[in-house]
Design a protein around this ligand. Structure first.
Ligand code: AMP
Length: 194
């Protein structure tokens, strides 16, 4: 199964992807996690990305595409993947489309987790206290939500126009949301037994 999870920061994409990956037996590919790992390792890419990430802005499309292309070439992604945090704008959606066509791995499904902004702000505050991510401080979360509305929300329309978009209510207990995501994916072969 090749799946894209869409949703605002704090909508639960990472949590749901982490739960789904064993069931689907595919890797969870989070571009945010990859960038944070690069920052922690102090690579050139990480040094470039850090200030942009801390400010809640988007890292350049070129960097992201190169990183993603390399990751999808790893053997564990050959049977599918769950993409979390990519694509983040229309240019990335288009680039992903071209990349997946070129490697003969078209997407099977796109699921968007829908969570109201006031719930997101509360969740990010909790995560800020628990994990101390600089970009979860309330001012930066508001900036990330504005960028999401402006640049990432159109990505959902991009997939809706291709009849690929499933919208799932992301508010509720983790198990409840997971069950909704799985129901949305039913009919896609890899979760037929899930
Ligand atoms: P996330 O963990 O997905 O919320 O990502 C954390 C931060 O990493 C974002 O606020 C961006 O600065 C950067 N980032 C992650 N994915 C992307 C992407 N697809 N395009 C640009 N920047 C990204």
């Amino acid at each position: 199964m090749r799946l894209v999870l869409l949703g605002a920061p704090g909508s639960g994409k990472g949590t749901q992807a982490a739960r789904l990956k064993s069931e689907l037996a595919v890797p969870h590919i989070s571009t945010g996690d990859m960038l944070r790992a690069a920052v922690a390792a102090g690579t050139t890419l990480g040094l470039k990305a850090k200030a942009v990430m801390d400010a809640g802005q988007l890292v350049s499309d070129d960097i992201l595409l190169g990183m993603l292309e390399e990751r999808l070439a790893q053997p564990d992604a050959s049977n599918g993947f769950i993409l979390d945090g990519y694509p983040r704008n229309l240019a990335q959606a288009d680039a992903l489309d071209h990349l997946l066509t070129r490697i003969h791995q078209p997407l099977d499904a796109v699921v968007k987790l829908e969570v109201p902004n006031e719930v997101i702000v509360g969740r990010c505050e909790l995560r800020f206290e628990a994990e101390g991510r600089a970009d979860d401080n309330p001012d930066t979360v508001r900036r990330r939500l504005a960028i999401y509305a402006e640049q990432t929300a159109p990505v959902a329309d991009f997939y809706a126009q291709r009849n690929m978009l499933q919208i799932v209510d992301g508010v509720g207990e983790l198990d409840e949301v997971s069950a909704r995501v799985k129901r949305a994916l039913q009919g896609e072969s890899a979760v037929a037994n899930g």
